[in-house]
Design a binder for this molecule. Structure first.
Ligand code: PMP
Length: 432
């Protein structure tokens, strides 16, 4: 495989865009490549780079593309919306329709506000929680990523972990003091902070997927819910990844736990920029112009993006009875075979999966449940895995701290081709 065009573009990019990319994980640094691949187009389960190399895609834009690239229903909807205008800065009927669709899938949400990204959704959710409780501090879990607003770039996951740190520079001491952090699953830590500090809200990924995919215990989530109720602390489920992906109603449907506020993103925009936060009516009515918690956006509820979201969510609603099971079965098929390769080539792994998500940790450990476990997994072996896959036409996450995403466009043929290359990768790792 040749990467000449991507290399040339990168030489220009590095001079004009920090690191040559607009989001750090794209740089392929931790998988030890000299430059990323630059993507030209996508269709179904595949993407093509500027050198015309074809790949089966297991990034799927980090989650939005549960229907695959340019699903005809989404594409046609977007084309129709574009013909009517790009943006008005005035409300449209479609925003109300998407809001109704979202709230019908999430019984915990009486009302919802749209944003243009998951970051804005979590940032606004925290602001509302602070106003509602009249308290200052927030509590998050180690290694969970909730976007790049100041308060949430503490003990964070995703690209920060990939680049070997957890707290961003450029954040004031005051903000650092107001963000409390405990390890995921540490109920005593949660209890201690809720009882002794001025905590407005707990924000959590109910199924953490930004330190690699980590298993989540229903019991832990239930205990967190009870503690929040006892201390009148708001519970925010950040379902930017899990929403509409693990089930139509996200992790809260699967675990049957109602958060006070939910944040969404990715799938509700079907590949276009949409995020959302929503919750109980009394909480959401704190927001301007009803209340005095300010949230706004020139492109919030953008008609083209909202239409993409409506078509994607509409498709999921119509096909929910079969679609989620198929995705899960397909991931299970991959995972079962990965475990076989692990035994066959004597390359120990722990594979965490949930629905259409999975992460391969190259580790001797039987389980990876904490950030510390994920940190200990081999980055070197992951890099060999990633590079073997890439050079044989399969794009996997360029970091051991991210999940693989599959879509309904991934065919049996795609899965079998993927497994054939995975076997080569395991063989290569065994020869290290
Ligand atoms: N929350 C979670 C759980 C996420 O995974 C992400 C992004 N990967 C975000 C928030 C931020 O979303 P965005 O990148 O759209 O700002």
């Amino acid at each position: 495989m040749k990467f000449k065009n991507s290399e040339k573009i990168y030489e220009k990019a590095i001079n004009i865009i920090p690191g040559g990319v607009n989001s750090p994980v794209r740089a392929f640094k931790s998988v030890k490549r000299s430059h990323p691949i630059f993507i030209k187009k996508g269709a179904g389960s595949k993407i093509w780079d500027e050198d015309n190399n074809e790949y089966i895609d297991y990034i799927c834009s980090w989650g939005p593309l549960i229907l695959g690239h340019n699903h005809p229903r989404v594409l046609n909807g977007v084309k129709e919306a574009i013909e009517l205008g790009s943006s008005f800065g005035l409300p449209t009927k479609m925003e109300v329709e998407l809001a109704e669709m979202v709230c019908s899938c999430y019984p915990s949400m009486d009302m919802v506000r749209f944003t243009t990204s998951g970051t804005e959704a979590t940032m606004a959710a925290i602001r509302v929680a602070r106003a509602y409780t009249n308290r200052n501090k927030i509590l998050k879990f180690e290694g969970c990523y909730h976007g790049h607003s100041d308060a949430l770039l503490v003990s964070s996951g995703s690209g920060l972990l990939t680049d070997g740190y957890q707290d961003s520079n450029g954040i004031t001491d005051g903000v650092l003091r107001d963000t409390l952090v405990v390890p995921f699953g540490d109920i005593e830590g949660v209890k201690n902070y809720l009882k002794n500090e001025d905590v407005a809200c707990i924000i959590m990924e109910p199924v953490p997927a930004n330190m690699g995919l980590i298993h989540s215990e229903k019991k832990f989530l239930e205990e967190v819910r009870v503690l929040c109720d006892e201390t009148k602390t708001l519970l925010i489920f950040d379902e930017v990844i899990s929403g509409f992906r693990l089930a139509l109603g996200g992790a809260q449907e699967i675990f049957n736990i109602k958060p006070d506020i939910t944040t969404l993103g990715k799938i509700i925009g079907g590949g276009y920029p949409v995020g959302a936060f929503g919750g109980r009516r009394d909480i959401m009515n704190m927001i301007a112009p009803v209340g005095r918690v300010y949230h706004a956006g020139t492109l919030s509820g953008n008609p083209v993006a909202v239409r993409a979201g409506m078509e994607t969510v509409g498709y999921l609603m119509e096909n929910k009875d079969t679609l989620y099971k198929t995705l899960e079965n397909n991931v299970q098929y991959l995972v079962d075979n990965i475990k076989k390769f692990s035994k066959l080539y004597n390359v120990p792994v722990c594979v965490n999966s949930f629905g259409s998500l999975f992460t391969i940790f190259f580790t001797e450990k039987d389980s990876v449940n904490l950030l510390q476990d994920a940190l200990e997994a081999s980055e070197e072996k992951y890099a060999i895995y990633f590079n073997t896959m890439l050079e044989e036409g399969i794009v996997t996450p360029p970091s051991k701290f991210e999940a693989h995403f599959i879509s309904i466009a991934h065919s049996q043929e795609d899965l079998d081709r993927t497994l054939a290359v995975m076997e080569k990768a395991f063989k290569k790792i065994s020869e290290m």
